[in-house]
Write a protein that binds this ligand. Structure first.
Ligand code: NDP
Length: 459
């Protein structure tokens, strides 16, 4: 057995410390993100999506702060009912066995396994997200066109109340997850307490909290109700545009198409998602509870919401350009992620870019917190030899296209790009710290061979 180099860290998960700066950072995020969610809601509904107007009006004395605050939405019973039915429906769908992998070849559904956790656990997951997404979205369409049991604009019409319900539930889930970690963790050795209660609630303690053996908080909350809701919410916006103006603009169709590509890709590759940082390395706390329930469904769909009140019809040549660039960025996103995935699944014996090149890699070793030595490999060919995170680059080009698809210079449709840029750059830096701790000299060798992070020769 190869000797582990001295740079390797026996605890390669999140470190057990929260500095003063970490605590201040999470305090800032916890207080600012809910404010942003409601601020954008008001800007879209009362200021036609001009995010600067409320602040400017208050600053110039055209409006008082309290006049602005009177536009805050209220919690309604209708919203509570809608959210409860959607949530319960998604729980039921999540508990069903997967039937799709029986009928669709090459689709990896049913019981699949995650990566090794820092304590050395490998957990099973019931992968049935595509099935749940199909049932939810087809039922929404069937209701909209034929059954008409409820209006397809139900989400936009109850948006403010739903925001409240999502925000309150997101906070409750985070507190619940913290106490569960204290009282009844599923895998105690994978828990990380830092000594700061605030930091632990926000960034999480348990890595994969579950109810029973299979109901996984992280996979469930991120995929359903969060990502499955994304396309349903977008359809609701399109229906609202039709109700208000008698037609749906090409910008709305483009936004629906680009978002749907991303969402369907996520569910088609849900088994791949088990090997991403979200599932493998992050602990479950407010970051995921609030993020999945309140931030993701509402902030990731800002473009469609903006278009409800700004029905821009794009010049067809520009629409085609955004369509092609958005589709190409998606293909790149999938290709980069698939390259690492097939490399990991085949333990290094895969071809890169068809038959051209066999995978070149750096052998690496790490130790789990229970002391077991494991072997791994760092890919240095294909996309992963160009820069260390070309998958983030592709994601960012896609995000840029979502904003361009709205055909507006207002900030709201482009917010997602700036948000994702911040999130992915931060994620890139913290992932690299973790990989350095995990792989030691092998990681240093990789970064000396592949020097750039997101854009070759630039960053
Ligand atoms: P990655 O899929 O890039 O995973 C990073 C991990 O891959 C590392 O921790 C390491 O894990 C392993 N790794 C890194 N470099 C190599 C290499 N050269 N060879 C082999 N393994 C390597 O990151 P994410 O999980 O963050 O992202 C997955 C996708 O999800 C991305 O496309 C991203 O853009 C997208 N995403 C989207 C978000 C959104 O909100 N829209 C949010 C977050 C992500 P290990 O320890 O297992 O070796």
């Amino acid at each position: 057995m190869a000797k582990l180099d001295e740079n390797s860290n026996l605890s390669w998960g999140r470190t057990g410390e929260a500095t003063w700066a970490h605590v201040m950072g999470v305090l800032f995020v916890v207080t600012s993100t809910p404010v942003l969610v409601f601020y954008f809601f008001i800007a879209i509904n009362h200021y036609q999506g001009r995010a600067q107007d409320p602040l400017l009006n208050i600053f110039l004395g055209k409006e008082t702060f309290w006049e602005f605050m009177s536009k805050m939405p209220a919690v309604t019973w209708d919203a509570v009912h809608i959210a409860a039915i959607w949530f319960a429906f998604q729980v039921v769908l999540n508990l069903l066995p997967d039937f799709l992998h029986i009928v669709i070849r090459n689709y990896k559904g049913g019981i699949q396994y995650g990566a090794v956790t820092p304590a050395g656990n490998i957990l099973p997951y019931n992968i049935n997200g595509l099935q749940a997404w199909l049932i939810s979205n087809v039922l929404f369409l069937v209701n909209g066109f034929y059954l008409k049991l409820f209006s397809p604009t139900i989400i936009v019409d109850n948006f403010g109340g739903l925001l409240w319900v999502a925000a309150i539930t997101g906070n409750l889930v985070a507190v619940l997850a913290y106490f569960k970690a204290l009282i009844a963790p599923n895998h105690a050795k994978d828990c990380k307490f830092t000594g700061s209660i605030l930091y632990d609630i926000v960034m999480g303690v348990e890595m994969n909290p579950r109810i029973g053996k299979m109901f996984d908080f992280k996979l469930f909350l991120n995929g359903r109700p969060g990502i499955a809701a994304w396309t349903v919410i977008n359809m609701s916006y399109a229906w609202k545009q039709y109700e208000l103006y008698g037609h749906v603009t090409n910008s709305m169709l483009l936004v629906n198409y680009l978002h749907a590509l991303y969402v369907v890709d996520f569910f088609w590759n849900e088994a791949w998602y088990l090997h991403t940082i979200d599932i493998c390395h992050d602990h479950f706390g407010w970051y995921y509870g609030f993020g999945d329930l309140a931030w993701l469904p509402w902030m990731y769909t800002l473009q469609g919401h903006f278009l409800v009140y700004n029905p821009n019809q794009l010049d067809w040549a520009f629409a085609l350009f955004v369509f092609l660039l958005g589709s190409a960025s998606y293909l790149m996103f999938r290709s980069v992620n698939a390259q690492k995935d097939s490399f990991k699944q085949s333990e290094g014996s895969c071809l890169i870019w068809g038959k051209k090149e066999k995978a070149v890699f750096i052998p690496a070793e790490y130790v789990t917190s229970s002391g077991d030595r494991k072997q791994s490999k760092l890919l240095v060919s294909g996309w992963w030899g160009m820069a260390r995170h070309m998958n983030y680059t592709a994601d960012l080009i896609g995000a840029l296209c979502y904003g361009l698809a709205c055909g507006s210079f207002e900030f709201v449709p482009h917010f997602y790009f700036f948000y994702l840029f911040t999130l992915l750059v931060h994620r890139c830096l913290r992932d690299e710290d973790r990989c350095r701790a995990k792989y030691g000299k092998a990681w240093e060798k990789y970064t000396s061979k592949v020097k750039y992070r997101l854009i070759p020769y630039v960053f």
